[in-house]
Design a protein around this ligand. Sequence first.
Ligand code: AMP
Ligand code: MG
Length: 346
Amino acid sequence: MKTRVISIQNPVRQAEEVKEAAAVLRSGRLLGIPTETVYGLGANGLDTAAVRRIFEAKGRPQDNPLILHIPDASWLDRYCRSIPPEAAALAERFWPGPLTMILRRRENVPNAVTCGLDTVGVRCPDHPVTLAIIRASGVPVAAPSGNLSGRPSPTCARHMLEDMDGRIEAIVDGGPCGVGVESTILDLTASVPRLLRPGGLPLESLEAVLGEVAVDRAVTAPLSAGEKPKAPGMKYRHYAPKAPVTVVSGGCLRSARYIRKNLGPQIGVICFDEYRDLFSGCVVRSIGPASDQAEQARRVFDVLRAFDESGVTAIYAQCPSGTGLGLAVANRLKKAAGFQVVELGE
Ligand code: AMP
Ligand code: MG
């Protein structure tokens, strides 16, 4: 199968392209979709056979459920029950946007989507073309990130094609993703809302609406053998380039000095822009200014992906602090490192 690229650069033809993309979904085939977070691998979320194809195309473990994408909050009630008032308040404030809510599911949501859980993750993505495609298809779109399982998530159509060419029917090229890390996952079925995965919506924004938010241990720490996180996906090594990664956490200057001491001919470095010159002669990729977490989020997956062509044998990474979008960036870097972290302090 040759994967078709449906380009939406031409606004005059857009209506036709939306129709073409919706037809792919309705026929049970797989479609790459742009969102503000990362590219997704979409299928009709009510069609068990189509959903199973997502797992095959990605090589995704069978116990890792998918998120349903809907065009607005009025669809929540179709697939979820016992919806708490907080869900409406959060949708009103943050949708469309990078927030996934875990809610009790209705019977019409296939087990293939939830992997047998009695909850379902739902989100409304902030991308006009993808919203138009979902509306035109008339079904919720089940979509994980559009990478092969274990690889960094794709933030442009070209990266998704690297992983998925020949495995899916088509990909909609909607340009580069504005946020760059996946959605924040919040479990609203617990007595206190619980952050299961940090993402494009900062924890502080949720706290401003909800007050208390619990943070799942899997967000910041490695799991012990046999331990089950609430978001099954958090237990897998993820986002990993081929070379092993070590995250060096702590003050910027201290981490930069530490990495400099460990340099060698085939060492790769991920650093903030300000420290780039310290590592000349190595394979260096900067993730943005130390103070610009939005830029770090946009670049983190591209940087991890780019090392695969560089031939490095080990990678050291500076790491933002855990506030704002830094919590999501630090989580992705630590997961890429399999939680191999050197803690230096400030
Ligand atoms: P991805 O789309 O690749 O970002 O993966 C979706 C993430 O959502 C994975 O980490 C899943 O474990 C998580 N997820 C999806 N549905 C649920 C659910 N019902 N309960 C908890 N986590 C979920
Ligand atoms: Mg993923």
